[in-house]
Design a protein around this ligand. Structure first.
Ligand SMILES: NC(=O)c1ccc[n+]([C@@H]2O[C@H](COP(=O)([O-])OP(=O)(O)OC[C@H]3O[C@@H](n4cnc5c(N)ncnc54)[C@H](OP(=O)(O)O)[C@@H]3O)[C@@H](O)[C@H]2O)c1
Length: 272
């Protein structure tokens, strides 16, 4: 599911895209209905001392994760609706600094409707926004950081702090041998912020670190019916996982499949 700026939140259910449920088979449903049925809290798969981590990504049929540096051209309306609905169903939304900078992240949930729904369900209005960063080179005018109502956790190994941001910022500092200790950072999100479900929206470098540390429970992958070709410029990735090869390929089990307008939405469980 690609990064999107628009929202389906205030649309009446009959104006929302209906997704065909192919696996498990079922009646067509809206993105919100699907997200509501994910049952992310306290499943038998929940890890005991860290959040349940879902990776939400989009790729073209030939494996491209971005076109001209952005993921937005990959998705359609159904993808955007699912992207926003998923955000409304979790305790925290996390992204790497590269993605936050490129996609100019703003408030996680912008519309009143889903904020109200979360309140009615006993949750905070907004999921905690988590940014993973090494250098803390995050512009204070980034819409997310410029929003005084935003709750943001900066996950870093650095002792530095951001200056000039209006958002309410907390730091999760987890350093080990000069690098970020992601397992410890996620344990702190669980312990200190009561984060039980964490939606990670990439990007490819953060995904690689999470997968290498066996911290991903599910991959939600939108397969966009497009072919884009192209080789990555040096140091960049055009796929959903970047960096060095993983020690061993991570095995996935398909547990869900939706379709809308030739776009496929695959739900994979990561095998232990
Ligand atoms: N297709 C999709 O679904 C999708 C989703 C997201 C992004 N994208 C695309 O991916 C591209 C961005 O890729 P990217 O790989 O650069 O994004 P990224 O993984 O979001 O960002 C990389 C940056 O995140 C920080 N970081 C990540 N893991 C870290 C760790 N373990 N320790 C310390 N810092 C860590 C570092 O930040 P500092 O630089 O601050 O040190 C690093 O430079 C964009 O073109 C975007 O459109 C596509």
């Amino acid at each position: 599911m690609g990064i999107a700026t628009g929202s389906n939140a205030e649309r009446a259910p009959d104006e929302q895209v209906m997704l065909r449920r192919l696996l498990p088979p079922g009646e067509p449903a809206t993105a919100q209905q699907i997200a509501d049925q994910l049952e992310l809290s306290a499943t038998e798969h929940s890890p005991p001392a860290r959040p349940y981590v879902l990776l939400n990504m989009i790729s073209t049929a030939d494996g491209r994760a971005s076109i001209e540096g952005r993921s937005r051209p990959l998705g359609d309306r159904a993808d955007r609706e699912l992207f926003h609905a998923l955000r409304s169903a979790v305790d925290a939304v996390m992204a790497g600094a590269g993605t936050v900078r490129t996609e100019r992240y703003g408030p996680i949930i912008r519309e009143d409707g889903p904020r109200r729904l979360r309140r009615e369900r006993g949750r905070s209005e907004q999921p905690l926004a988590c940014i993973v960063s090494g250098r803390l080179a995050l512009p204070a005018d980034l819409p997310l950081l410029a929003d005084p109502d935003a709750r943001v956790a900066i996950i870093t190994a650095s002792p530095a702090s951001l200056t000039g941001a209006a958002a309410q910022i907390e730091y999760v500092r987890a350093e080990r041998h000069g690098s970020l200790d992601l397992p410890r950072a996620l344990a702190e999100l669980h312990e200190r912020f009561a984060v039980r479900s964490l939606l990670c929206e990439g990007g490819p470098h953060l995904n690689s670190h999470l997968l290498a540390a066996a911290l991903v429970d599910e991959l939600l992958l939108t397969l966009s019916p497009k072919l884009a070709g192209g080789d990555p410029p040096s140091g960049e990735s055009l796929r959903i996982v970047a960096g060095p090869a993983l020690d061993a390929p991570v095995e996935l089990e398909l547990v869900g499949l939706l379709e809308s307008g030739s776009q496929l939405f695959l739900r994979y469980r990561v095998c232990a």
